[in-house]
Design a protein around this ligand. Structure first.
Ligand SMILES: CC[C@H](C(=O)O)C(=O)SCCNC(=O)CCNC(=O)[C@H](O)C(C)(C)COP(=O)(O)OP(=O)(O)OC[C@H]1O[C@@H](n2cnc3c(N)ncnc32)[C@H](O)[C@@H]1OP(=O)(O)O
Length: 263
């Protein structure tokens, strides 16, 4: 069966290198790697494919192009006039993909090649580690759109950084520079863009065995109480869906769409 029939789209690439490290690339740079429904389906497939490699040591996810890791959910698809039930059905598949990523059997690393907004920050937060560049900017902007994170990444943020920092960022919805993101512990390291692009070639992770990496991930998931992830993320998706039909959100999406060139 051709890859397309299997739900693969070219906007999501996956390859496994010969050192046991998998790389997912969000490949829609002309739209700042904004995530469509088709990309969500493809993400499920590539995460499952990566997990099928017995000797895998780590899984990275990055964005194509030098401008953005991911600008969140595709607002042309996620228009404002869905009701709560319709919004839940659109949001939930990406929450399931982020849950898979968060529970992936070996460490996952977001290589933030540029800015991340909204759901883009949620994808990065579903990863265990986040490396960015000094030029990067990052923001859980959902509150400025009249909603809350819609893929469960806000819930995971409380398990990645201090809860007060997490709550302030979600409430404030501002864009943080790379130094702020590192200071609050969301970014694990800052790298030059060239180093980020070839992280897999230089990382010490390739000198670990798959068994070691599986243990390190098991230890982290236990410390984060990952058995609670599903419920916490599900509650967040339902909250976002409930806000979806509010006027504030409808106006925010309409404003974004009006300012876009006709694509
Ligand atoms: C579903 C909820 C989900 C969640 O919270 O879980 C979300 O992520 S909600 C969406 C959150 N993201 C945003 O609000 C970001 C929206 N984008 C922007 O504000 C700007 O694009 C920005 C500031 C990221 C970059 O602005 P800049 O002027 O530098 O570039 P353009 O705006 O011209 O963007 C280039 C090109 O990309 C398209 N684009 C960017 N972001 C999205 C998006 N989220 N959905 C769909 N398309 C997006 C933009 O329309 C331009 O394409 P063009 O064909 O030229 O119109």
């Amino acid at each position: 069966m051709k890859k397309k029939e299997l739900g693969h789209v070219p906007e999501v690439e996956f390859r496994m290198d010969n050192q046991g490290i998998g790389r997912i690339v969000l490949n829609r740079p002309e739209k700042l790697n904004a995530i469509t429904k088709a990309m969500t389906r493809s993400l499920h497939h590539v995460i499952d494919e990566a997990a099928s490699f017995e000797g895998i040591k780590a899984l990275t996810i990055t964005g194509a192009g030098g401008k953005a890791f991911c600008a969140g959910g595709d607002l042309t698809e996620l228009h404002g006039n869905m009701n709560a039930e319709e919004a839940y059905l659109v949001l939930s598949p990406m929450k399931e993909a982020l849950l898979k990523l968060a529970r992936f059997p070996v460490p996952t690393i977001a290589l933030l090649n540029g800015q991340a907004r909204g759901g883009g920050c949620e994808i990065a937060t579903a990863c265990d580690f986040r490396y960015g560049t000094e030029e990067g900017t990052f923001g859980f902007v959902q509150a400025s759109l009249g909603i809350t994170p819609g893929w469960g990444g806000g819930a995971l943020l409380f398990r990645r950084i201090q809860p007060t920092y997490a709550s302030h960022w979600l409430t404030d919805a501002s864009m943080y520079d790379a130094f702020t993101a590192k200071r609050i512990g969301w970014l694990n390291n800052l790298l030059p863009q060239a180093s980020l692009q070839k992280w897999e070639e230089d990382t010490e992770f390739t000198n670990r065995s798959s068994s070691q990496m599986k243990w390190f991930k098991k230890q982290l998931l236990a410390a984060l109480r990952s058995e609670e992830f599903d419920q916490l993320m599900e509650e967040e998706v339902k909250q976002c869906a409930a806000l979806w039909e509010e006027e504030d959100h409808k106006r925010a999406v309409e404003k974004f769409l009006k300012t876009r060139k006709k694509s």
